[in-house]
Write a protein that binds this ligand. Sequence first.
Ligand SMILES: [Zn+2]
Ligand SMILES: [Zn+2]
Length: 268
Amino acid sequence: MHTPLCGHAVGDPEEYAKVAVRKGLAGIIVTCHNPLPGPPDPGIRMGVERFDEYCQLVERARMAMEGIADVRLGLECDFIPGLEGWLEEQVGWADFNYVLGSIHPHLPQYRDLFQTGDAVAFQRTYFEHLAQSAETGLFDALGHPDLVKIVDPAAWRPEGIATEIERSLDRIAATGVAMELNTSGLLKNIGEMLPGEFVLAGMKKRGIPVVVGADAHVPERVADGFDRAFKRLTEVGYTEVSYFLNRKRIDIPIEAAQRRLAAARNEV
Ligand SMILES: [Zn+2]
Ligand SMILES: [Zn+2]
């Protein structure tokens, strides 16, 4: 989930935490978009000069919600080949609990470098970079790992690039990095979770740990679609879902997570 500092999210972390409590979560990890070197990206990410403010914002919410919800600091890092040195330093800027590595193929920073006009070639490039992002060893999990499909939904046919996807997943599995099942895709042009069935099945086949995220940019979306996500995971054969604290992975039974959400609903 995000903060207003990225310029395209609303709501104080405390408001996100309150929704989390209502929906049955024990806490939240705020993972706003990381500052990047170079010119500012208004409306996309905070600048370096606002990073301290970000940490303070999350800390204030942590204190305000103490004993009610566990509010933690995390970061969503854009991965673009060539940024490895910057990111290596950045993950040491604070005591993050959880660092997501994400490629945002629809953003100009990435598109300008790699988009050629051939939608399928662009998808292949994306999956090559996805594997590279895992191999940096900098991230706990890879965010919304088939996001490239939203760039040209009509050109998305994962079976057609199965070789590249399978090779990418093999490389990711070898690193031990987790991957996210992100429910925000249900609201995007593609109308399905990120990843969809093809990539998710490949993750399961290789025993890649999975983390569920809503990618909330408004407080009301905290834990949005989690029931559907847990159902999807169960359908492809997952029995456990993971989360991170102090950058250490914790696995819990999906059934336990489902029970918690159901109990919160009944109490309302
Ligand atoms: Zn965002
Ligand atoms: Zn993202």
